[in-house]
Design a protein around this ligand. Structure first.
Ligand code: GLY
Length: 384
């Protein structure tokens, strides 16, 4: 078995936005980093709508995740600006805010409860009547009964962000090895490298597993080191908004329609992203007629005018869901192996903080306090 390339300090397995953010930030700390991925910058961010929405995506009982999401949100403007300055590429970051609306009396009641929860946590969200919602977004249906304006839930363009991260990695000296990791190599109880398709092997003292819903499937990974990461399919639509008569939508708009989360993310260049389904049926990224139908039907309830818009693209991606839907960040029980996976619905949002936290650990050997609640070892079954 040939060992190729100079031995890096850190080997990142998976070049989606999480792996790239970790690689970039780690290289900025002076470590030699290699990313192994057949298509760096591919992955779920190519599909994602790119909402940066820690408050409007908040679920009851997820306060630690809220704090992590808010920490990432707070650094996002600087993260995007640094990437843009270094690479000359736009990330599509837009400080639009988000309007979450209710379409009927039951939705309104649920949204009022969410508002009360926001108030208890001291979050910046404001209750609006239906009329006030339509004043902000005139294309909303007359059925809208009220809403929550969250001024700090913004958006970024996952495709642009991926391209900027690839460029920033290259500038920082990260080696992008366009190959598939086919096996984790373990020597004397320590992760030591990976074998690549084609037979080469790479070794490094520290490995970061950032392969999304494929993470736990890497051959050679000892049993019990990572829990199964569920692939949660999201189908999504891209429409084109007209540029006449002012903006079609000015900010992210979301609602729960027939029990499903629906969101619309208007980009500066006129793209309107509508998502997303949530399906747990394995590693399948087929776009289905049913998925497109449900998204269009629900989006039409919210903004009837969308049926006039050109439908430009349909796509589907897989969110990596951990058993508790929170990410796995930091050292695993296998020495030498660090995890950065399981970001579920929040991968784009959490990329900024994940890069910083993992780079801190890789450079110093100390897990930052804000990563401790997300230790991958929380899933390890300890012997009695
Ligand atoms: N964060 C949006 C989604 O996962 O659909």
């Amino acid at each position: 078995m040939a060992c190729t390339d100079a031995r890096p300090d850190v080997l990142v397995i998976g070049g989606g936005i999480i792996g790239l953010a970790v690689a970039w930030r780690t290289a900025q700390r002076g470590l030699a980093v290699t990313v192994v991925d057949p298509d760096p910058g591919g992955g779920a961010a190519q599909v994602a709508a790119g909402m940066l929405a820690p408050v409007t995506e908040l679920q009851y009982g997820e306060e630690p995740l809220l704090r992590l999401g808010m920490a990432s949100n707070e650094r996002y403007a600087a993260f995007a600006a640094e990437l843009e300055k270094l690479t000359g590429l736009s990330t599509g970051y837009r400080a639009t805010g988000t309007l979450a609306v209710a379409l009927d009396a039951d939705d309104r009641e649920e949204l009022r409860e969410l508002y009360a929860f926001h108030q208890r946590l001291g979050l910046d969200s404001r209750w609006l009547t239906g009329r006030e919602c339509r004043r902000l977004e005139p294309m909303l249906s007359p059925a809208v009964r009220g809403g929550l304006l969250v001024a700090d839930d913004h958006q970024v363009d996952g495709r642009r962000l991926s391209a900027a991260l690839v460029a920033a990695c290259e500038q920082a000296g990260v080696v992008l090895r366009r190959a598939l990791a086919t096996e984790l190599l373990v020597e004397d109880g320590r992760a030591s490298g990976v074998r690549l398709d084609g037979g080469d092997a790479l070794s490094a003292p520290q490995l970061v597993l950032a392969a999304g819903p494929q993470s736990h499937l890497l051959p050679g990974l000892p049993a019990g080191v990572l829990p199964a990461i569920r692939p949660v399919k999201g189908q999504i639509l891209r429409l084109r908004m007209p540029d006449r008569h002012g903006p079609f939508l000015s900010r992210n708009v979301r609602a729960v329609v027939r029990g499903q989360h629906l969101y619309m993310v208007p980009r500066a260049e006129g793209e309107l992203v509508i998502g997303a389904t949530s399906e747990e049926q394995g590693y399948d990224t087929t776009v289905t007629a049913g998925g497109v139908y449900e998204l269009l039907r629900d989006a039409h309830d919210l903004v009837p005018g969308i049926t006039e818009l050109p439908l430009v693209e349909t796509s589907a991606g897989l969110r990596p869901g951990s058993p508790d839907n929170a990410p796995l960040l930091g050292p695993t029980d296998l020495p030498g192996l660090v995890a950065a996976t399981g970001h579920y619905r929040n991968g784009v949002l959490l990329s900024a903080v994940t890069g910083d936290l993992l780079a801190e650990y890789l450079a110093t050997g100390v897990t930052p306090a804000s990563a401790l609640p997300f230790s991958p070892t929380r899933f390890t079954v300890k012997a009695a």
